[in-house]
Design a protein around this ligand. Structure first.
Ligand SMILES: CC(C)=CCC/C(C)=C/CC/C(C)=C/CC/C(C)=C/COP(=O)(O)OP(=O)(O)O
Ligand SMILES: O=P(O)(O)OC[C@@H](O)CO
Ligand SMILES: [Mg+2]
Length: 247
């Protein structure tokens, strides 16, 4: 419970958590570690490591190792399949894509990955993963029956089912690089049924204003990925978003 407890403590003390997503397929392990360090200097709370394509094997292991050499915030795997696990990470979002049509993303990858988690020190954090329109690459790869942007009630009943199945976290995903983030009405409806359970929101959040909208609507944690691959000054971008969400 170390990483989960750590994130809870940050929520208790600072209101919200900021997560930086690094895709091992987007740059070298050395560059990934530089981005992670810059993000930590900007105030990010943990580094998520994963991608929907190609984040596995030596490249994944090396990326986790280099990041851990540079920063001391938790590293959390965000696996696209059982191949997205690395024994070097601190934790894993042990997630089920509840709105997938493909049983592989609902349970089979988790079954195949479970023994590695059991044999390692990786802390599993149970999570309901829900993909909303437009869904991006992950929506396609995960064969998601995309939740319509304008149907908060559908997202809420999925979240409720995840909570009743015992999942501690719910992740509302608009897709990496989405043109707009999940809308506040949906975030509010989901957080209302979740109560104390934690809500992560990501996809298309690129500035302070968008992050603040999501956080104020009820997101406990905000994820940024793509925008940090694009900007020159990662520290400044993270600091902008972090200062907009923390109290
Ligand atoms: C828990 C275990 C062992 C496996 C879970 C397997 C599941 C449910 C995967 C869900 C679907 C999926 C393909 C997720 C990938 C993770 C993800 C959303 C990465 C997004 O990373 P980016 O790199 O920003 O996106 P792109 O890959 O689209 O660029
Ligand atoms: O890359 P962005 O758009 O920040 O999205 C982050 C994350 O929600 C993707 O899985
Ligand atoms: Mg990517």
């Amino acid at each position: 419970m170390q990483v989960e407890a750590h994130l809870q403590k940050i929520i208790d003390q600072e209101g919200k958590v900021h997560l930086t997503l690094i895709d091992p397929a987007s740059q070298t392990p050395e560059r990934a570690a530089e981005i992670a360090l810059a993000a930590v200097e900007g105030g990010t709370d943990a580094i998520m490591i994963g991608g929907s394509t190609g984040a596995s094997g030596t490249l994944l292991d090396e990326t986790v190792i280099k990041i851990k050499e540079k920063v001391n915030v938790p590293t959390i795997l965000f696996p696209g399949s059982s191949a997205g696990l690395s024994r070097y990470a601190d934790a894993v979002f042990f997630m089920s894509l509840l709105n997938s049509r493909d049983i592989g993303y609902v349970i089979t990858n988790q079954v195949l990955g479970a023994p590695l988690v059991y044999r390692s020190q990786i802390e599993p954090i149970s999570m309901a993963y829900l993909i909303v329109e437009p869904g991006g690459t992950v929506g396609w790869v995960g064969d998601a029956k995309l939740i319509p942007r304008t149907k908060p009630e559908i997202a809420a009943v999925y979240a409720l089912a995840g909570k009743y199945l015992g999942m501690h976290y719910t992740y509302l995903e608009a897709g990496s690089g989405a043109d707009k983030p999940i809308n506040p009405e949906m975030i509010g409806a989901v957080k209302q049924v979740l109560g104390e359970n934690k809500l992560i929101v990501g996809g298309g959040i690129r500035d302070a204003e968008a992050a603040k909208l999501c956080a104020s609507a009820g997101a406990d944690m905000i994820v940024t990925g793509t925008v940090l691959e694009e900007v020159m000054d990662v520290t400044a971008k993270v600091a902008e978003i972090v200062s907009a969400i923390k109290r």
